[in-house]
Design a protein around this ligand. Structure first.
Ligand code: GRF
Length: 219
């Protein structure tokens, strides 16, 4: 089986990278990580990648005259490695329009909210402040506008009365580690197509009809 060739772009902790490393370690998983790029030399994720024996590159954005030059360097590295899908996993740089368009429909991101709600940073606190009963996480194709693009998969996480941004982030992260490998699997199995800027999934199994928070009780 030919595996889909992934690059994972990180800036920090790398727990989603780890989830992808763990998924790819299963022989039946239809993708492999070929390259890990970090713009930060001290990203913990780089250590995870090295431990897994992966090819890593530190591409320091400060060493480039422009965003476009930095992005072009990443494209050169990824094309040399035959990358088919770029996975942003806590990559904390805005990407140029050229880069997004070059990798259009071949680049995905994970974001810790139910997009299109709560784009940007500090999204758990924003969800708490808004008083929503569910938050969650989203894997989506990347478009030039930040945190936008066709949605591949989402997990909903109920917000609890005594949640803080940290407790909520922790529960969302557990789901991130499930849905990111699942999104990659769906793409590698060619079960995702984009129609009118919506991602359509084929062969979808039954999903629960609803979730309610607080639960409806018959008492
Ligand atoms: C995750 O919450 C992800 O959704 C967001 O950045 C964070 C990265 O965490 N884009 P990690 O580096 O994967 O642990």
């Amino acid at each position: 089986m030919e595996k889909l060739k992934l690059a994972v772009l990180i800036s920090g902790r790398g727990s989603n990278l780890q989830a992808l490393i763990d998924a790819c370690a299963q022989s039946s998983f239809p993708a492999e990580i070929v390259l890990v790029i970090s713009n930060k030399a001290d990203a913990d994720g780089l250590e995870r990648a090295e431990k897994a024996g992966l090819q890593t590159h530190h591409v320091d954005h400060r060493a480039f005259a422009s965003r476009a030059d930095f992005d072009a360097r990443m494209t050169t590295l990824m094309e040399a490695a035959g990358i088919e899908l770029v996975c942003l996993a806590g990559f904390m740089r805005l990407l140029s329009d050229e880069f997004c368009n070059h990798w259009r429909d071949r680049m995905i991101n994970i974001h810790p909210s139910l997009l299109p709600s709560f784009k940007g940073l500090d999204v758990q606190q924003a969800a708490l402040d808004a008083g929503v009963r569910f938050s969650g996480c989203t894997v989506h194709y990347v478009r030039p506008e930040m945190d936008s693009g066709p949605i591949i998969i989402q997990a909903a996480v109920p917000i609890l009365t005594d949640d803080t941004a940290d407790t909520l982030a922790g529960r969302i992260l557990v789901e991130e580690h499930k849905i990111y490998p699942q999104a990659v699997r769906l793409i590698a199995e060619q079960r995702v197509r984009i129609e009118e800027e919506r991602a359509i999934i084929s062969g979808m199994r039954t999903v629960p009809h609803s979730l309610t928070n607080p639960p409806i009780s018959l008492d």
